[in-house]
Design a protein around this ligand. Structure first.
Ligand code: NAP
Length: 291
């Protein structure tokens, strides 16, 4: 966590996440003003010391920093298009994509507001603990001006000046999460046909996932250099093992869609002449639009 501050803060949007954010600011000793379209959702926060602003305008004027946490970006425009945001500092923790973040930054700048975009990679109960990872992007001086305050929410990370970066890291993280989980579910489905339960397989799966994670820095260097010498294994060797995975899945009567998708990408790369190179050469398939 960062150094302590008790700067006044406003939180607009008191859904499941917004309420957790406001509670974390209160716990850290920040005078906290809140506003929500449905005011009753502020009741508990008010009991805990928050001030419920009567209007959005009042809420925006109250804090040196305003956190937005709404369903989506259209909700933000619907709410704030009619408000004066000139001179405010906004941190938008509403989930969206990178284009929406960049567009919102331009919208805010035109109207005289300082704007940071953010992404919350955490669930409400973890907000206010180091476990809650919260990503920010936008002008570095704005981040630094509010870093200590934002630190009340969790582990706060600054990614760079491009407002779209927080959303991009967010979806990249989700791609990692679902890919690892799907691979584990594939393995679990196969092993269950032999009476091996999920709990028995899990420690082995975890070991494999950790081992593969250890390859990433070296593979990343190959990608950045654009050079993929087969130091450990050639893609065509991987592709033969992928064929076994498909055959085994089909024989066992478990779903083979994921193995077929993986092999289809490898086959395209091999057809393009990359069979003798190492696995991360597949970045060239991932980096272009889907077939
Ligand atoms: P939620 O419980 O559905 O709350 C949505 C909030 O947006 C409510 O305060 C709602 O007001 C407000 N809202 C929606 N449309 C509005 C409009 N047109 N005008 C004014 N207010 C409007 O959702 P949540 O779980 O708090 O999520 C909020 C954001 O955090 C989302 O972008 C979500 O993706 C992100 N997030 C959530 C989690 C999580 O685990 N919950 C994790 C990471 C990121 P009312 O109360 O009046 O309906």
């Amino acid at each position: 966590m960062n150094e302590k501050t008790t700067a006044p803060v406003t939180v607009i949007g008191l859904g499941l996440m917004g309420r957790a954010l406001a509670a974390a600011f209160l716990n850290a000793g920040h005078p906290t003003t809140v506003w929500n379209r449905t005011p009753a959702k502020a009741d508990q926060l008010v009991d805990e010391g928050a001030r419920l602003a009567p209007t959005v305008g009042d809420a925006l004027a109250a804090g040196s920093l305003t956190i937005l946490c709404l369903t989506d970006y259209p909700a933000m425009y619907e709410l704030l298009d009619a408000s004066d945001i000139d001179g405010t500092a906004l941190v938008n923790l509403t989930s969206g994509d990178s284009a929406q973040a960049r567009e919102a930054a331009q919208w805010a700048e035109k109207r005289g507001a300082r704007y940071l975009d953010g992404a919350i990679m955490a669930i409400p109960p973890s907000i206010g603990t180091a476990e809650a990872v919260i990503l920010h992007s936008g002008p570095q001086p704005d981040f630094e001006a509010h870093q200590a305050t934002l630190g009340a929410l969790g582990t706060v990370t600054y990614l760079g000046a491009d407002h779209g970066l927080a959303s991009l890291y967010d979806v990249a993280g989700l791609a990692m999460m679902w890919s690892v989980l799907n691979a584990w579910l594939q393995g679990t489905a196969m092993l269950r046909t032999a009476g091996v339960d999920a709990v028995t397989f899990a420690p082995f799966a975890r070991q494999i996932a950790a081992g593969v994670a250890g390859w990433l820095p070296g593979y990343a260097e190959q990608i950045d250099k654009g050079s993929f010498p087969a130091e450990v294994s050639a893609l065509e060797t991987d592709a033969r093992a992928m064929a076994h995975l498909i055959e085994e899945s089909e024989t066992l009567g478990v779903n083979a869609e994921l193995p077929r998708l993986i092999k289809a990408m490898a086959d395209r790369s091999i057809a393009a002449g990359h069979g003798g190179e190492q696995y991360p050469v597949l970045i060239e398939e991932f980096a272009k639009p889907s077939a």
